[in-house]
Ligand binder design. Structure first.
Ligand SMILES: Cc1cc2nc3c(=O)[nH]c(=O)nc-3n(C[C@H](O)[C@H](O)[C@H](O)COP(=O)(O)O)c2cc1C
Length: 192
């Protein structure tokens, strides 16, 4: 697939088929994440790919609480589009039935560079992973809902004890439904 096609066709997928993600695909997309740029070449990421039923159930039990914590907030925010609130809450609760969920942590609890530098580096690796997934016919959705509810440390202690804090989670799987592309805002760059 052309890079341009991968960038343009990538959508946030919130519903997945029950087709598993092969080990080969999962390792290939994670490996491409490692090739992202990073501040001072710290490569400050640590990814935990959750795939087994047992670990997924542990994660889903936490996500159920995240969904409950965000319910009032999302219902108020999308008061005019209740179906959007419903879809968001369902996705947070069941992760769209994704066969894989990747948790992105800081590799170390502390770095000598600013938090911005560390988070940008991890985000660069996450975008590589998302685009690599699209290239293999998979889809994903970046999600920070657990961070918004202060659940990151619980997930870190559960899945990556001793590592740094959680930056985001990302579902991966075969898309059951591909949403329409949200429009992009005008005027967000200038060439001087
Ligand atoms: C940092 C970040 C956090 C996000 N958090 C969530 C989330 O918690 N829940 C969710 O459903 N989507 C989340 N998204 C996906 C965005 O809603 C989505 O990227 C945006 O609506 C544009 O749609 P597109 O990805 O299909 O182009 C997040 C995306 C980013 C980059």
């Amino acid at each position: 697939m052309e890079l341009k096609d991968a960038i343009l066709s990538r959508r946030s997928i919130r519903s997945y088929t029950d087709q598993p993600v092969s080990r080969e695909d999962l390792e290939a997309i994670l490996d491409l994440g490692m090739w992202a740029p990073s501040g001072v070449n710290f490569q400050p990421w640590y990814f935990v790919a959750i795939q087994s039923r047992e670990q997924m159930e542990k994660l889903l039990s936490v996500m159920d609480g995240v969904s409950t914590d965000l319910e009032d907030n999302l219902r108020t925010r999308f008061a005019n589009n209740p179906e959007v609130a419903e879809e968001s809450l369902t996705f947070i609760r069941n992760l769209g039935k994704a066969p894989v969920c990747i948790l992105a942590f800081r590799h170390k609890p502390n770095y000598t560079k600013t938090d911005e530098t560390i988070v940008q580096s991890i985000a660069a690796a996450m975008e590589n992973i998302l685009l690599a997934a699209v290239d293999r016919g998979l889809g994903g959705c970046w999600m920070t809902a657990p961070i918004e509810t202060g659940t990151g440390d619980l997930l870190r202690d559960m899945f990556a004890p001793g590592k740094g804090s959680l930056v985001a989670v990302m579902t991966i799987g075969h898309p059951a439904r591909i949403p329409k592309a949200p429009t992009r805002k005008e005027g967000r760059y200038i060439i001087l």
